[in-house]
Design a protein around this ligand. Structure first.
Ligand code: NAP
Length: 465
């Protein structure tokens, strides 16, 4: 894929960039390595001041950042501003909480005295330069939710961002530099995916985090495995959204629209499969379908737009294939199912609701990365759980019920990194984020996220130390 900003609302190429050559990549890895030696010795208070300064800059430049994101990947500009604000909030959260999250641990002497220790300290030390391979769908957030904790822990960052968001990637590098980070602490590498292997195999690059598709995750994990380097993988999702008879159906249907269509439907944690109890199926379906039909599809730079274009032409083609395959095998289209006829430019797709899904359809197993929902009728909670788990993915889930027994069942049996009751899945700096099964492994955010790229070091002091 060329490294370029192509406005998905018009198809116009706005800027193109040359990929960095091997010599420049080598220079930047050297810089990241050298920067780590000095940066790891700085104190948490110093690192917190740098991160707070980055948050301040991001707040000051929120509108400009948002416009760049919208032009590069088509998200509604109000959502882009909200993304920038959330990034600043997360930077401040880690700046203020890292000392507590990374505090030395002191195992109880009674637990360790038979090891011969006079005392033991467990310390979270940084690892070194970490490679971050990131996707375009939340071009600021995906990077910041990794980089803020990684930098607070004392690591340095090499960012290989998606090829269609180069200006956001460069803006991030510039922002961290202006915030006062020493040269080499945060660098953007404008390279294609083919360059990832060489970077990851460099002995100075100690670990990698990848957010993106399953094939990309598998490839990076295989290389990292071969090199015995730590990875975190945040991959795709096909999150279930369960609606049971005791739920507030109006709220469940209204929230379902946001849960499915946020970010033009291109979110890993978007609700994608709606599993609705037969007693409330028709009422939910009517409200949900009507609300999906009434969304405004249009120019993402307009404040009134609900749904902009898909970010990539190929992304729309992939989505169309999934819908066409389902319809060809008997699925019913309740609304949408096509490109908006009035939009002749750009990569738009109508908000779509499908029913009559069965296991022969690709859409049953694959991720729909766009504003397409499938609604399934279930007879009871056990059937809902079975269908919820009948997917290769396990990122998050949402369950609408006021029945305590159902809540306990869902909390125990849904195979996912999260179960959100009577609300939609959303990430938050204080809550662990990540999946199971083909959605990846490791966690971001919270204390779990900051410790992923730490060397958990046992300091054992013998008698007389
Ligand atoms: P993608 O095609 O996998 O790209 C993600 C990143 O990986 C890009 O930087 C891409 O570079 C790079 N890449 C692609 N193939 C690679 C390979 N074989 N080796 C090394 N790097 C490679 O994914 P996307 O289309 O940008 O994003 C959509 C996917 O990300 C969806 O499946 C979505 O669910 C998932 N996602 C997951 C989360 C989560 O937290 N779990 C969050 C957001 C998105 P190029 O751009 O240069 O190809």
């Amino acid at each position: 894929m060329p490294i370029a900003t192509v406005n998905p609302a018009t198809g116009e190429t706005l800027r193109t960039f040359d990929a960095l050559g091997a010599d420049e990549v080598e220079r930047r890895i050297t810089r990241a390595h050298n920067a780590f030696t000095a940066y790891r010795a700085t104190g948490l208070a110093h690192r917190a001041r740098l991160l707070e300064r980055a948050a301040d800059l991001l707040d000051e430049e929120r509108a400009a950042c948002a416009r760049t994101m919208t032009l590069e990947m088509g998200k509604p500009v109000a959502a882009a501003r909200a993304e920038a604000a959330k990034c600043a909030k997360t930077m401040r959260w880690y700046a203020s909480r890292a000392a507590e999250l990374l505090a030395d641990e002191h195992p109880a002497p009674a637990d360790t005295e038979d090891s011969g220790a006079a005392r033991v300290v467990v310390r979270y030390r940084p690892l070194g330069p970490v490679l971050a391979v990131m996707p375009w769908n939340f071009p600021l957030w995906q990077v910041v939710r990794f980089a803020a904790p990684a930098l607070m822990a004392g690591n340095t960052v090499l960012l290989k961002h998606a090829s269609n968001v180069p200006q956001t990637a460069l803006r991030l590098e510039d922002l961290f530099r202006r915030a006062g980070y020493p040269e080499g602490c945060f660098q953007t590498l404008l390279v294609g995916s083919g360059a990832v292997e060489g970077i990851l195999r460099d002995r100075r690059v100690v670990a990698a985090t990848l957010t993106g598709s399953e094939p990309a995750g598998r490839s990076v994990a295989a290389i990292a495995g071969d090199e015995v380097k730590r990875t975190v993988l945040e991959l795709g999702g096909s999150d279930p959204y369960l609606v049971m008879p005791s739920a507030d159906i109006d709220r469940a249907a209204a929230t379902a629209v946001t849960a499915r269509t946020q970010n033009n439907g291109q979110s890993c944690i978007a609700a994608k499969r709606f599993l609705v109890h037969t007693d409330v199926h028709d009422a939910f379906c009517d409200r949900f379908t009507e609300a999906m039909r009434s969304l405004t599809v249009g120019d993402p730079l307009e404040e009134s737009t609900d749904i902009g274009p898909l970010a990539l032409e190929q992304g729309r083609a992939d989505l169309e294939e999934l819908v066409d395959d389902a319809v060809g095998r008997g699925a019913r289209v309740l609304t949408g199912g096509r490109r908006p006829p009035e939009r002749t430019e750009g990569w738009f797709y109508e908000p779509t609701v499908l029913t009559g899904i069965d296991a022969t359809m690709r859409i049953h197993r694959e991720e729909t990365f766009g504003p397409v929902a499938t609604v399934h009728r279930v007879a009871n909670a056990a059937e809902a759980v079975a269908l919820a788990n009948d997917t290769p993915f396990g990122l998050s889930s949402s369950a609408w019920t006021r029945d305590e027994d159902e809540m306990a069942l869902f909390a125990r049996d849904i195979e996912a990194g999260g179960v959100f009751f009577n609300g939609m899945t959303a990430s938050h700096p204080a809550l662990p984020f990540g999946g199971v099964k083909r959605s990846g492994y490791g966690r971001e955010l919270s204390g779990h996220g900051i410790r992923e790229f730490c060397n958990v070091t046992t300091l054992w002091y013998g008698p007389g130390s």
